[in-house]
Design a protein around this ligand. Structure first.
Ligand SMILES: *Cc1c(COP(=O)(O)O)cnc(C)c1O
Length: 239
């Protein structure tokens, strides 16, 4: 093994142990939680190593980086998740490689994703990104719709050809009443998910938790955790 692959293997083993312990502590089966490795800023060669190490879900947040990386890894059986704020002019590109867009947060994005998915003859999974710190009717600073906007977006995704509503996603707020209270934030997301699933039982994905708070997310009931730093290392700051 190369040094880098060994490093990734060791990091991955530690993250796997954390997830397993969090599942055990919560009385959940390990297979209820899917690890998505966030490979943003890291090269395609790392994605390849991760695939060799058993990773099957990766996430990216910028189309400029993700598109060439996904193309370089097109021979691998990987699911690509898009987790960044998405401008409509990037939608066509993203739909070319993404299996799931986790950052759906406005109607205009739903119609753009639908048109692109139909054109590409693909079915795209969509998660509604919830901004728990957003004012009613507003959007969060890091993207996401306020909780009272979920239903409208869910109905739009339901009605949109080429899209499949997968569930909800959040990033724990850094400011506002949930700042520093990840567990409470993720429990709120779970309540919103329960409400969504009452009418849409298949929209059961709950994407929450990152390197610093995956235990809180698993405790609250997350089905997907998105882990970057703890697997790949601290990212160099982007300009
Ligand atoms: C970067 C990123 C992550 C991973 O964060 P880490 O702290 O590096 O684990 C998760 N979710 C989103 C939306 C991200 O942008």
């Amino acid at each position: 093994m190369t040094d880098r692959k060994s490093e990734l293997a060791a990091n991955l083993a530690r993250v796997e142990e954390r997830i397993a312990e969090a599942c055990a502590a919560a009385g959940r089966a390990r297979d209820e939680v899917t690890l998505i490795v966030v490979t943003k800023t890291y090269p395609a060669s790392d994605v390849r190593f991760l695939h060799e190490l058993g990773v099957r879900h990766v996430a990216e947040n910028r189309d400029q980086d993700a598109a060439p990386k996904a193309a370089a890894c097109a021979d691998l059986d990987l699911s690509w998740h898009f987790v960044g704020q998405l401008q409509t002019n990037k939608v066509r590109s993203v739909v070319g490689y993404a299996d799931v867009v986790q950052s759906v947060d406005r109607l205009k994005l739903v119609s753009a994703l639908s048109a692109a998915a139909v054109k590409a003859d693909r079915e795209l999974g969509c998660l509604i990104q919830v901004a728990l710190d957003a004012e009613a009717g507003g959007r969060g600073e890091r993207g996401g719709v306020s909780p009272d906007g979920i239903e409208e977006l869910a109905a739009a995704v339901d009605a949109a050809p080429g899209l499949r509503l997968g569930g909800l996603m959040t990033v724990a707020p850094l400011v506002g009443s949930y700042a520093g209270r990840q567990r409470a934030a993720f429990e709120r997301l779970m309540d919103l998910s329960t409400a969504l699933r009452a009418t849409r039982p298949t929209a059961n994905m709950v994407s929450a938790g990152m390197s610093g708070d995956l235990e809180e997310a698993v405790a609250a009931g997350a089905t997907h955790v998105r882990v970057g730093t703890a697997v790949l290392g601290v990212r160099p700051k982007l300009g």
